[in-house]
Write a protein that binds this ligand. Sequence first.
Ligand code: SAM
Length: 306
Amino acid sequence: MNFSRALTGERKPSLVYWERTCCFAFCNWLSTRRYSRPGCSRVPRVVQRRPRCTEPPPLCSAHHLEKNTQLAHTYWRSVLEPGDMVLDATCGNGHDTLALAEYIGAPVTGTLIALDIQDKAVMRTRNRLVDMFQSRFRSTELHIHSEYTQGRLRCRLWTENGFICELRQFPHEQFQRDMLDSWLADVKARPTWFKVAAYNLGYLPGLDSDRSIRTRADTTIKSLKLLEGLIAPREGLISVSCYTGHDGGAAEGAAVMDWAQALDASQWTAVAHRWLNRRQAPSLVVALHQVASRPSTPYETTSDKH
Ligand SMILES: C[S@@+](CC[C@H](N)C(=O)[O-])C[C@H]1O[C@@H](n2cnc3c(N)ncnc32)[C@H](O)[C@@H]1O
């Protein structure tokens, strides 16, 4: 270093260049750190020019538009809370039952009633739930009881914490609210309103399934009308996925649409989702119960029974 230059304040041009570059880089780094602290709203230009994530944003973040089932699940998730009671009126292979169990707080809370007219479907749903507990909630002990009573399969799965799932081989059009009292009589869970009642119409998917066993317009409508009185006020909902690809499917879908259109607008808000350019895609009908005041639970009064 030339000491005479340093003493007189005169510096080499190359040194000045490096001093300025380092100073600029340091200031940039400092401002990035200062403004990227939590609570600091000002974003420095240097951060804007160099975003950390270089991946393009997804074309469509509305995943519920991809599949009808996803759309139904989105509705359920939006109203369900831990501890709620829900009904899967057509449990089939158990995919929807599994989602409902998750949304009501399994393995800790929630009461889940799942029905199907085929014992094969009840067994598949039971097995799917058991698999979920084994893979995801290994630390929670799951109690299982299965039996045939009067020729119908009944499975009960429950945890000590309070989650309970009652799986019944039972036609949904015969389901009455009094039945819950006897079905759940031996457990602490008190029957209350159903926050969600889910219908996924049609036949049991699978190669070894009997496709002639499927939901039908008359029994589905009968069941929906019975359920109307058991849905939680304000946020409870009934969702119905209707398939048109099989015999009777289109007529059943139309009957469900008529049922939803006839619901009292002062108590229900009904909406239908139909895919316009996917003819085989199922449509979804959702009826949201929006009545302001009702008795505390449908099970506490005997005067207004069906
Ligand atoms: C499309 S599947 C349901 C699929 C199911 N939600 C899943 O996630 O795998 C329709 C089911 O409704 C059942 N089903 C038909 N008629 C019924 C009735 N009257 N009561 C209850 N279940 C019925 C069928 O046995 C079939 O398993």
